[in-house]
Design a protein around this ligand. Structure first.
Ligand code: SAM
Length: 276
C-alpha cells in the first residue's frame, strides 16, 4: 500500500492550520520540513545493516508526518511521539500503519527501553538536549539515531569538546552530517539547523561506570576556563571523598589535570572511560 504526503508546500500547511482553527505552535518547536531532498537524505542516511537488526523505528515529534511518510516505506513497526492534539488527530485520520504515543516524549520515551530500535526526529529544539540525554540513558538497545538539531547544538555534540560530547562517549558517537538552511522549514526556525547521526558503542559499559563518568564530566566542565584539577576540587557534583578519589585516580593514570578540559582530545577521554 502506498501513502501520499500532502503538506510539501507552505500554502498547504497554512490551509491545514486555517481549517483546524489553529497555528503552528512556537512553544512546541513546530518547524515543519518542506524540502523533500532533506527527507530523502534522512532516509538514505540510515545504514542498511542497522535496519536489518531492528523491528522498530521510532520518530520523535511527528508533526504533519513529513518524515513519517518516508519511514513507513521501511516496513518496520513504526512508533510516533507527538504532543499536539491537532496534529495527532490529523495523523489518526489517515489510518497509517503505525502507533502514536500521545503526550510528552520525555515521559513516554522510556516505554521503548526493551526495544531494539532506530530513533529518528526533527526534534523540538526547546527540549533537544533532554531528549538526547534520555535516549542515551534509557534506550540501551538503540542501534542508530538521526536527529535534526540547532546547528550550534550539533557542533557542541559532534565537533567540540563539551560536557555532553564527552559524556556521550559512554554510549557511542555523534557525527555531523549536514548543515540545513532555515529555508527547508515552515515556519522558518530562528537559527540554522544541522543533521547528526548517532552510532552506539559495540560494547556497553556497566551503569556504575557510566554514573562515575557522568560525575567526572560534569565536574571537569563546570568551571569555565579552569584546569581539570581545580574544577574537580571545587565541583558541586561530588563530595570530598569522591574529589579525592578522582584526583588520586587521575594522577595514577597520568591524566593531564593541569590542562583545561577543552584542550584535550576525545581519544584521551575514551581511554579514561575504559580505565575509570
Ligand atoms: N517531524 C515533523 C517535520 O519534520 O515536519 C515536525 C517536526 S517539529 C520540529 C517538532 C515536533 O515535535 C512538532 O510536531 C511538535 O508538536 C512535537 N513536540 C514538541 N514537543 C513535544 C514533546 N514534549 N513531546 C512530543 N512531541 C513534541
Amino acid at each position: 500500500m502506498s501513502f501520499e504526503y500532502e503538506f510539501y508546500s507552505v500554502s498547504k500547511i497554512k490551509d491545514f492550520f486555517k481549517q483546524n482553527d489553529a497555528n503552528p505552535r512556537k512553544k512546541w518547536g513546530q518547524n515543519f520540513l518542506i524540502d523533500p531532498n532533506i527527507l530523502n537524505f534522512i532516509l538514505d542516511s540510515i545504514p542498511k545493516e542497522k535496519l536489518e537488526k531492528v523491528n522498530t523505528v521510532a520518530e520523535i515529534g511527528a508533526g504533519l508526518g513529513a518524515l513519517t511518510y518516508k519511514l513507513i516505506t521501511l516496513n518496520k513497526n513504526l512508533i510516533l511521539f507527538e504532543i499536539d492534539p491537532v496534529l495527532i488527530e490529523n495523523l489518526k485520520q489517515k489510518n497509517l500503519p503505525l502507533k502514536i504515543l500521545e503526550g510528552d516524549v520525555l515521559e513516554n520515551l522510556e516505554s521503548l527501553k526493551n526495544e531494539k530500535l532506530i530513533l529518528v526526529g526533527n526534534l523540538p529544539y526547546y527540549i533537544s538536549t533532554d531528549i538526547i540525554l534520555l535516549a542515551l540513558k534509557k534506550l540501551p538497545h538503540l542501534q542508530f539515531g538521526i536527529f535534526m538539531l540547532q546547528k550550534e547544538f550539533a557542533f557542541r555534540l559532534c565537533k567540540e569538546i563539551s560536557s555532553l560530547s564527552i559524556f556521550s562517549l559512554a554510549f557511542g558517537e555523534f557525527h555531523y552530517l549536514k548543515t540545513i538552511s532555515e529555508n527547508c522549514f515552515f515556519p522558518k526556525p530562528e537559527a540554522t539547523s544541522a543533521l547528526v547521526s548517532f552510532i552506539p558503542n559495540e560494547i556497553k559499559f556497566e551503569e556504575e561506570k557510566i554514573l562515575k563518568f557522568e560525575k567526572f564530566t560534569k565536574s571537569i566542565f563546570w568551571g569555565k576556563r579552569k584546569t581539570i584539577s581545580k574544577s574537580i576540587s571545587e565541583s558541586p557534583f561530588t563530595d570530598q571523598s569522591e574529589k579525592e578519589m578522582f584526583n588520586h585516580f587521575l594522577k595514577e593514570i597520568d591524566f593531564p589535570i593541569t590542562k583545561r578540559p577543552e584542550e584535550l582530545d576525545k581519544k584521551i577521554y575514551k581511554e579514561l572511560l575504559e580505565k575509570i
